[in-house]
Ligand binder design. Sequence first.
Ligand SMILES: C[S@@+](CC[C@H](N)C(=O)[O-])C[C@H]1O[C@@H](n2cnc3c(N)ncnc32)[C@H](O)[C@@H]1O
Length: 377
Amino acid sequence: MKNINIVVLFPHGLEEVGATELKRFGAKCIQIMRGSVFCKVDTQCFYRVHLQARLPFRILREISNFKCIGKESLYRAIQNSFDFKEWLDPSKSFRVDVSGINSELNHSHFTALQVKNAIIDLQREIWGQRSFINLNSPDVCIHLHIRYESATLSFATSSSSLHRRGYKPAIGIAPLKENIAAGLLEISNWDESLTLVDPLCGSGTFLLEAASIARGISPGLNRTFLFENWPDFNLQLWLAEKELARQLFKPKKNLPKILGFEKDIDIYHQAIINIKNANLQDDIEIRLGRYNEFRFPNEEGIIVCNPPYGKRIGDEKDLRILYKDLGDFLKINASGWHLWLLNGNSKLSSFLGMKCSRRFPISNGGIDCRWMHYQIH
Ligand SMILES: C[S@@+](CC[C@H](N)C(=O)[O-])C[C@H]1O[C@@H](n2cnc3c(N)ncnc32)[C@H](O)[C@@H]1O
């Protein structure tokens, strides 16, 4: 594998911070698009991104670009634009994912079938046999992206989303995705020496991401990736990058206080399970109860939270009270702190009674949200 083109998919709103992260790992020729970033990487950078990047949903390795008007031209282009011989012999299972449409190919499921048919017909011609289709855990995951009359064919490097870190079977109500929490922390410029509090911590996503960032835990270290079966996989370089990623772990570092409050006993227990699974029980403290029943830490720090929006959970009238109480409590108990709040309902944030100094649009599970910064006086 020499220099290759990859497209990294991010939650919309995290493309800029995602691109900065990619640049730090050595990616070149970065182009930011809506929900994704294109870049060129060498083998080491490609492995480093998979081990260390916290923000991507998925990573696609481009293998061909072609013009594609309708189903016949798609079929022909799939068979002719890439030499599948080394990559997809019939002993390997595969799946086809499709994104985008054009006027002729306007049904993703149908387009995926067309790609699948082109590949298995080619396999029958070459080997007299075809692959099985495996939707859940294929050996090879093919991705086709259509934009107007152009199409890009790629291999996805994982069959499931990279936002999952493996520690979270227990998910609370409306949990944040781990990559979104990591991206929001990045935008907040949280300095790892500062106390961090989530007064409405739910299943603990912000706390878990903060602690694992501060400990230098690489999110990809315990994953297996589909590229480990690719014909140009370089085991030696992969093991070397894994060793470098392992060395980033800081076992002895004194972490800042990372503290959460959760009033619901079941959700509290879920957060405790998640923290144990992540082996971060020495770094994160969670208290069962309403945040205003406890003494707030004395030292200054940062508050991050994701209160209910009234769209998925919570009644809007009750939520006005929750936002007002939170604002009143913080003005009295957290003067000098920074508050970062993920808000999916602009009618509610005014009840905090504070002036927002910066806001960043973020898509959270399809809800158009704002990551809002307040300096508490
Ligand atoms: C939208 S959820 C937070 C989800 C969280 N970010 C996660 O990833 O799981 C809001 C949480 O705040 C909790 N909550 C609401 N009012 C509270 C209060 N006064 N004190 C502590 N927790 C509260 C709810 O029980 C709920 O779990």
